[in-house]
Design a protein around this ligand. Structure first.
Ligand code: ADP
Length: 302
């Protein structure tokens, strides 16, 4: 197969590993810079041009679209979909997953465990919003933050009110969330491919920090998950429509709760922690699925 890796940077660990894994399995693979793709939207011949010429035909596209270029990246990916190319994660699913509130709303419809989460527009509604999520300590989050940036723990109702007011004053979209104290700064990353959890790791926040992101100094280790956690992760990826996903869970007293579902989960942390060839598993998934769906243009979805 001829595989495109939509990525801005060929030197990133995940990009390198996916190219390596594709070649090791006998395929050809090429890194395509997402922002250098441009497109012609025509009725009978939708096409993509790349650095001055029409791009070649690929059997599959692996999108690795960073949060800062979601809009353009998803437009490029959608164009590949319109051309009938198999994509590992489709543009609609990626767009859904990038909005934390939209994701939680979709997951709640499936009855999956979530922290109680509130969202409001008017500053007048802040006091009741805080009561709705059981009061301080509580977590305030930017809807489109990543790597733990824009996630704040407010220890008192007064602090929570001031922070929410400040964010609202800046017209930033935020949600407030029940604080899962019993997780003690740890979360579980479940790496889902297709309908399986293929690897799991625990991330523990640094001393004095409640956010477990590796970018915030968290450390990774291997962990065994329960059947309930496994099924929650698989159902979460499915609810979002993602074939490859990093589902983050917290262990709450009443069972697993979903933090977020990541559509471009990094490979470095999980491959290092588990010693598994996750890149190879993604390519294997493409081998099984790409040929079956090739040339069938996707139906428009909501
Ligand atoms: P990001 O997408 O920026 O990583 P998350 O919503 O995943 O943001 O939050 C980052 C980290 O902060 C989580 O991995 C978790 O460790 C911690 N955290 C976030 N929300 C809560 C919460 N409601 N209760 C406890 N810890 C939380």
């Amino acid at each position: 197969m001829h595989i495109a890796l939509l990525s801005r940077n060929r030197n990133l660990y995940s990009t390198r590993r996916l190219i390596e894994a594709a070649e090791a399995r006998g395929h050809t693979a090429r890194v395509v810079d997402t922002l250098r793709c441009y497109m012609s939207i025509a009725a009978h011949h939708p096409s993509i041009h790349y650095k001055g010429a029409e791009i070649e035909r690929f059997d599959a596209v692996i999108p690795r679209i960073g949060a800062s270029i979601t809009f353009y990246g998803c437009a490029v990916l959608r164009q590949f979909e319109m051309m009938g190319t198999y994509v590992v994660n489709d543009s609609v699913a990626i767009t859904r997953s990038r909005d934390k509130l939209r994701s939680l709303q979709l997951l709640s419809r499936k009855g999956l465990g979530l922290p109680i989460t509130g969202f409001a527009h008017s500053p007048d509604d802040i006091p009741d919003l805080i009561t709705m999520v059981k009061g301080a300590p509580l977590v305030i989050k930017l809807l489109e933050g990543t790597q733990g940036i824009g996630v704040v723990l407010a220890e008192t109702n007064q602090a929570a009110e001031s922070v929410v007011q400040a964010f609202m004053g800046m017209k930033a979209n935020i949600m407030v969330q029940e604080y899962i104290k019993e997780a003690r700064g740890a979360d579980i990353r479940c790496f889902v491919i297709g309908d399986k959890v293929v690897a799991t790791m625990k991330r523990q926040a640094a001393e004095g920090e409640f956010r477990s992101n590796l970018h915030r100094g968290g450390t990774a280790s291997v962990i065994r998950i329960t059947p309930e956690e496994r099924s929650t992760a698989i159902r979460a990826a499915k609810a979002m429509g993602l074939q490859v996903a990093g589902v983050d869970l917290l262990r709450a007293n009443h069972g697993p709760v979903i933090m977020e579902v990541n559509s471009s989960p990094g490979l470095q942390g999980i491959e290092t922690a588990t010693g598994k060839d996750i890149a190879g598993m993604i390519i294997e998934h493409i081998e099984k699925n790409a040929t079956a769906t090739r040339k069938v243009p996707p139906k428009p979805k909501g």
